[in-house]
Design a protein around this ligand. Structure first.
Ligand SMILES: *Cc1c(COP(=O)(O)O)cnc(C)c1O
Length: 387
């Protein structure tokens, strides 16, 4: 099997699994217990907190563990709004956010908040001027992702966040796709809140964290205990937290070397596809992009058909985003970039990772052009039928 869907999830690094194992059995204590077994678990959690804080240039107390990226995003947005709703009712986000951000804002609109969804240019980039113009006296929160999971485009968070900072507006960024891929320094970015998730960087599923800058107001969304400085109640998922700590340690040591390797593979893939398949396009190829992601538009072919045909050959990729695959709606990100429906339907995303090899990429370059050729022959969208 050739796995090329690392933006959907990554396999756990073996060293992550090894680090987690003792915490299921010998070291199973509840971190809230005062005796040795509990304190042993507590210390393991605090070590991870310290490690993550150091990695992103934060303080230990500024890290809140959550059940993943989705919960971190929900907590950041709903927690800020609950704390600040007396100050205003206007919120700003972008039209290309992950559903774990977009759906929260959509539900807030139903609750009476006013939401501005910032547009992107045709390369999927946000313009700081557009953000500046949309800020109102009643704006209480701005949430913009650091890198998009479908296109890989990296947004100018530093510029965007500084606009928020000068107006005293809370700024959140979904950094799920950047954590472990590019260096993150929260002070440098100037954000008040930042979300991440372990299973996107070789850690386990069901664990993530929210960075909350000291002094930023946040109401807990899960109540019950004193855990996580009263910001997120519930007995900590100790093995997963330890796993996320190990994944962070590995990223700190190996990220740079992996980046070069994976980028070379991604570029080989793109160059190979562009030179063998007519009428295809790499989305946002000229924009600042994650080194591992390649979103390809193939004219006159359905994304789902390409996905299933590749799967039949043992090659696992995604059509558009993981959340949109399975439904017939084209990707909201491609629509926001200005692509018409029929073009957006022909999207296929390759997202690479550290376990991919040059042989695997050669195999894809061997197989994929044939699949496209076959599908184009039987395509229901003949050139004459495109409207
Ligand atoms: C995967 C992803 C999430 C959700 O994280 P989970 O831990 O799977 O809940 C949020 N935002 C982005 C950009 C993602 O890629």
């Amino acid at each position: 099997m050739i796995y090329l869907d690392y933006n959907a999830t990554t396999p756990c690094d073996k060293r992550v699994v090894e680090a987690m194992l003792p915490f299921f059995q010998e070291k199973f204590g509840n971190p809230s217990s005062l005796y040795y077994l509990g304190q042993e678990a507590k210390n393991a959690i605090e070590e991870t907190r310290e490690r993550i804080a150091r990695f992103i240039g934060a303080r230990k107390e500024e890290i809140i563990f959550t059940s993943g990226g989705t919960e971190a995003n929900n907590l950041a947005i709903r927690g800020t709004i609950e704390a600040l709703k007396k100050k205003g009712n206007h919120l700003i986000t972008s039209s290309i956010e992950h559903h774990s951000v977009l759906k929260v804002f959509q539900s807030l609109e139903k609750e009476g908040f006013e939401v501005t969804y910032l547009p992107v240019n045709d390369a999927g980039q946000l313009d700081p001027d557009t953000l500046q113009k949309s800020i109102r006296p009643s704006t209480i929160l701005i949430s913009i992702m650091q890198a998009n999971n479908e296109t890989g485009v990296i947004e100018p968070i530093k510029e965007l966040a500084s606009l928020a900072q000068t107006k005293g507006i809370v700024f959140h960024t979904d950094a799920v796709q950047t954590m472990g891929k590019i260096p993150i320094k929260v002070k440098d970015l100037g954000v008040s809140l930042l979300s991440a998730s372990a299973h996107k960087f070789y850690g386990p599923k069901g664990i993530g964290f929210l960075y909350l800058r000291k002094g930023t107001p946040l109401s807990p969304q899960i109540r019950g205990g004193e855990h996580e400085r009263r910001k997120r109640a519930g007995t900590e998922n100790v093995p997963a937290i330890v796993g996320m700590g190990k994944a962070t340690e590995i990223a700190a040591g190996e990220m740079e070397a992996e980046t070069k390797k994976v980028e070379t593979l991604r570029n080989t893939l793109e160059e190979g596809l562009l030179s063998t398949i007519p009428e295809i396009e790499v989305v946002s190829q000229k924009a600042p992009r994650l080194f591992n992601t390649s979103l390809i538009l193939v004219k006159d072919v359905e994304g789902e058909s390409m996905l299933l045909n590749l799967d039949f050959e043992g090659i696992e990729v995604s059509s558009g985003s993981a959340c949109t695959s399975g439904s017939l709606e084209p990707s909201h990100v491609l629509l926001a970039c200005g692509y018409p429906h029929e073009i957006a339907h022909g999207s296929i995303r390759f997202s690479l990772g550290k376990f991919n090899t040059a042989e695997e990429i050669n195999q894809v370059l061997e197989v994929f052009p044939k699949i496209v050729e076959k599908l184009r022959k039987i395509s229901p969208f003949g050139k004459s039928e495109v409207h």
